[in-house]
Write a protein that binds this ligand. Structure first.
Ligand code: DX5
Ligand code: ZN
Length: 271
């Protein structure tokens, strides 16, 4: 059974404490941090993690969609994060020397070029566009998180190939595969993520990692984020080997939050 991580991006921020209590039957609480630079939108930061920590026993899963994550990670550690995931693309620079590629994509409204029906090949082509990762910087940021005793996740956008994770797969606790282009809740799920799960499973096996959510046993978790809903999507995600489902609108906009959580856990829709 997959772990369920409701995203508080879809919660009512005025009543955050009661909104978090409403998801007590879930497993993790997913905190979406956006900076208006890595993605077009701005959300919340470390003070919100600090505020929710005393009011929940759920595992605190922080998803950083920000540039220069290493500058802010110490604050998120102090605030009580239990898992911090950052994006590989935060360390991807345009080959022409004009700076951070993802930032340029975000500000140029990358998504408008896409139809949502792209094949895996087309996605990979987009992901490769004039890109270079700072591998050493990514390793340093992984170490920064691990050394503090916090679990570490690495995320990739739909356009980024799974092969980009190869240099880091032995050192991380979780891979977060985006099933939408990050930036906003409530977007349409992109099925391209299904085959990427299979690729992560293969990459993990080739590197001697077992897949699962027991971090104490050194397992590698596979989390999916964006447009996840109970029914066929959740079923197929689990069948492929994903084991943590993030869901914002499918939980917080549901008429019955507990039912939405249990439907996601059970991978079926009672409706
Ligand atoms: C997207 C965020 C997601 C989002 C999920 O940029 O990282 O966590 O809030 O929301 P839904 O489930 O509504 O797509
Ligand atoms: Zn997220």
């Amino acid at each position: 059974m997959a772990l369920i991580a409701p995203s508080i991006l879809s919660a009512d921020f005025v009543n955050l404490e009661s909104e978090i209590k409403k998801i007590a039957t879930a497993d993790w609480v997913h905190v979406d941090v956006m900076d208006g630079s890595f993605v077009p939108n701005i959300t919340i930061g470390a003070p919100v993690v600090k505020a929710i920590k005393p009011v929940t026993t759920l595992f605190i899963d922080v998803h950083l969609m920000i540039v220069n994550p290493e500058r802010h990670i110490p604050d998120f550690i102090k605030a009580g994060s239990e898992l911090i995931t950052f994006h590989m693309e935060a360390y991807r620079y345009a080959a022409d020397g004009s700076g951070l590629l993802e930032h340029q994509l975000a500000v140029s409204n990358f998504d408008k070029r896409l139809t949502g029906q792209e094949t895996q090949e087309q996605w990979e082509e987009l992901g490769k566009a004039a890109s270079d990762y700072d591998i050493e910087a990514i390793k340093t940021t992984i170490k920064l998180i691990k050394d503090s005793g916090v679990k570490v996740g690495l995320s990739i956008n739909p356009a980024t190939p799974v092969s980009s994770l190869e240099s880091f797969i032995k050192d991380i606790d979780l891979v977060l595969l985006m099933s939408v282009n990050p930036g906003f809740g409530g977007q349409k799920f992109r099925p391209v993520v299904y085959e990427k799960i299979t690729q992560v499973v293969e990459l993990a096996k080739a590197n001697g990692r077992s897949i699962g959510t027991d971090f104490n046993k050194g397992q590698l978790a596979i989390e999916i984020d964006g447009g996840v809903a109970p029914g066929p999507i959740a079923q197929e995600l689990q069948a492929k080997g994903a084991n943590v489902f993030v869901a914002g609108s499918a939980i917080y906009n549901a008429p019955d939050i507990n039912e939405a959580i249990s439907n996601l856990q059970a991978n079926h829709c009672k409706a």
